[in-house]
Design a protein around this ligand. Structure first.
Ligand code: NAD
Length: 314
């Protein structure tokens, strides 16, 4: 009898990669986490540090350092290799350097016979996810960018703080580019089933001066604010990526906004961008086709045009 075990490989054992490994291990999400990094010493150091905590956890998750030959039996490969933007750089400024790294990584992974799911985190994530899709030849549902999963969680946190509600009771997404042009479809933001706009209208005294544009700006700026305060960001994205991995491995059919290939949705074709999607064992099972207002659709298509202008150069 064959007992199936779940294996997640993380390429890039830097801050995002090792935090993702930590999140997976502490939650016992999979049976094995394998780290691969061009800096082998770093990968071994992270592996040892992670292994030494297993004694206090609920599961003995196997942690290892591997190479691309050992990727063939992985269920999920998370790509975090690449340098985060430095102060003054946008995510898009890191594109050329990251493309070079990604080209060699994906070629080596595909030589191993890998046929599972890619989760791309390296920035600029929408464009790099599309690049991985093109290079790997895997079906579109199996290549997923972390997209606006973290931005949406930030937005939910801000809305929750504003009206004193658990962010998990807020339904809200940011869509489009994981970057400055992303937008919020406010007509679909609800809390406890009630439209956010109605909550504001019914409670004018409590929520005077709420500025939706400012909330969007704060959401977009949040990553930069963290960068200014502590140099870079990793816990938030690591937790979001663990959520995506859980949705796939446990066949959850959970809706998470991720970067995926549009094929007619929102009137757009052949471009990756952040949209709410149903995730299960097949990866992206379906994109949630929200009925956007005309104004929202214009904003989303503008954001997509920003991504597309870079995709054309891939
Ligand atoms: P980091 O510098 O701490 O780690 C990057 C790691 O990649 C390093 O350990 C490095 O040795 C490794 N690496 C570089 N080239 C490699 C190669 N060819 N093969 C294997 N490993 C290689 O950076 P970080 O803070 O972990 O950020 C990683 C990436 O994640 C960046 O692109 C960053 O912009 C992105 N990021 C994305 C989000 C998101 O929401 N999508 C959030 C935070 C960070």
């Amino acid at each position: 009898m064959k007992i199936n075990t779940s294996k997640v490989v993380i390429i890039g054992a830097g801050l995002v990669g090792s935090s993702t490994a930590f999140s997976l291990i502490t939650q016992g999400v999979c049976d094995e986490v394998m780290l691969i990094d061009i800096n082998k010493e770093r990968a071994y150091g992270e592996m040892m540090d992670l292994q030494h905590g297993i004694n206090y956890l609920n599961r003995n998750v196997k942690v290892s350092v591997g190479d691309y030959k050992s990727c063939g039996d992985a269920d999920i490969i998370v790509i975090t290799a690449g340098a985060p933007p430095k102060a003054g750089q946008t995510r898009l400024d890191t594109l050329e350097a990251t493309k070079t790294i990604i080209r060699s990584i994906v070629a080596s992974i595909m030589e191993s016979g890998f046929a599972g799911h890619f989760i791309v985190v390296s920035n600029p994530v929408d464009i790099i996810a599309q690049y991985v899709y093109q290079l790997s030849g895997l079906p579109k549902n199996q290549v997923i960018g972390s997209g606006t999963s973290l931005d949406s969680a930030r937005l939910k946190t801000f809305i929750g703080e504003l009206i004193h509600v658990d962010p998990r009771s807020v339904h809200a997404y940011t869509m489009g580019e994981h970057g400055d042009s992303q937008m919020v479809p406010w007509s679909h933001v609800t809390v406890g089933g009630k439209a956010f706009s109605q909550i504001l209208a019914d409670n004018k005294e409590r929520f005077t001066g709420v500025d939706l544009d400012r909330l969007v700006k704060e959401t977009v700026k949040a990553g930069w604010e963290i960068l200014e305060r502590k140099g870079t960001t990793y816990y938030g994205i690591a937790t979001a990526v663990s959520g995506i991995i859980k949705a796939i491995l446990y066949d959850e059919n959970r809706v998470i906004p991720v970067s995926t290939l549009l094929d007619g949705e929102f009137g757009e074709y052949n471009v990756f961008c952040g949209v709410p999607a149903i995730l299960n064992r097949t990866g992206v099972k379906e994109i949630v086709q929200l009925h956007l207002t005309d104004e929202e659709l214009i904003k989303l298509r503008h954001s997509i045009s920003v991504v597309r202008s870079y995709v054309e150069s891939l």
